[in-house]
Design a protein around this ligand. Structure first.
Ligand code: MLT
Length: 253
């Protein structure tokens, strides 16, 4: 198992799974609010097998193994976009690990043929230009126009975060996403409290997907954050933190 993670606080555990092309650092603004309220925050970095067509299952097993090694029986799992894809795999493989689920700006469906092809094109561009391609072409789509204009500091931090990622790991993640399975069919089996949070200006996923998740997951609530794009936790941290901590306090572990 390839695993590295950060852990903060003590109490009921919440595991946050990050987006692409980012790392567990994307959750740094969401830690204190939860540890102050008596939750433990666990932040794994996600790795994907480079050549496997079933890499998400393996990564989900790595997360299950990590949780087991920390002697945790049940936790809330929160995933943003790619992190959400891991949550769907983990729920399919280990549903009893979940006391609650938080899905942010993500989708249960697999890639269309067009989307899959665009991932292979992106892989070629990373091979040629490295992470510069991701900083210049991918990153601008991750945040709302509002954030671009009003929070230049966040934009600079994100550029640094993306630049510092490992480009080979990014290639593995793109391959893994291209081949990931469709989980639309398990939505009806998700029988735990679920919070769904989407940015109103998300250009990667959209509100139609948010409503699909909300309609098909029986015990779910949907929040749409204004003035936020795909990275809703970073773009609207105060609102995001309040939603998450209210939800975590309502969950029976
Ligand atoms: C992410 O934010 O994790 C990515 O946008 C997911 C994707 O490319 O499907």
């Amino acid at each position: 198992m390839k695993s590295d993670y950060e852990i903060y606080g003590t109490g009921k555990p919440i595991v946050f799974l990050h987006a692409f092309p980012l790392t567990n650092k994307m959750w740094r603004g969401n830690i204190n609010n939860l540890t102050d309220k008596g939750f433990q925050v666990i932040l794994p970095n996600l790795y994907f097998e480079p050549e496997s067509e079933n890499a998400f299952s393996k990564t989900a097993e790595d997360i299950a193994e990590l949780i087991g090694s920390l002697h945790i029986k049940r936790a809330i799992f929160a995933g943003l976009s790619m992190g959400g894809y891991v949550c769907f795999n983990l729920f399919r493989l280990h549903p009893t690990l979940f006391s609650g689920l938080i899905l942010c700006d993500t989708n249960s469906a697999g890639d269309s043929a067009e989307k899959r092809n665009s991932r292979f094109e992106q892989i070629e561009k990373i091979k040629k230009d490295g992470n510069r391609f991701l900083v210049n072409s991918t990153l601008p789509n991750l945040i709302s126009d509002h954030t671009k204009l009003s929070n230049k500091k966040l934009l600079e931090e994100l550029k640094e975060m993306v630049s510092a990622t490992d480009s080979n790991e990014n290639i593995s993640a793109l391959r893994a996403m291209a081949f990931r399975r469709d989980h639309d069919e398990i939505l009806g089996q998700i029988n735990i409290p679920t919070m769904i949070i989407f940015g109103a200006e998300d250009k990667i996923t959209n509100l139609e997907i948010a409503r699909k998740l909300h309609t098909r997951i029986s015990d779910s609530k949907l929040f749409i954050l204004q003035n936020a794009g795909h990275l809703s936790n970073l773009e609207q941290p105060a609102q995001f933190n309040k939603i998450i901590s209210d939800f975590a306090e309502s969950v029976i572990y």
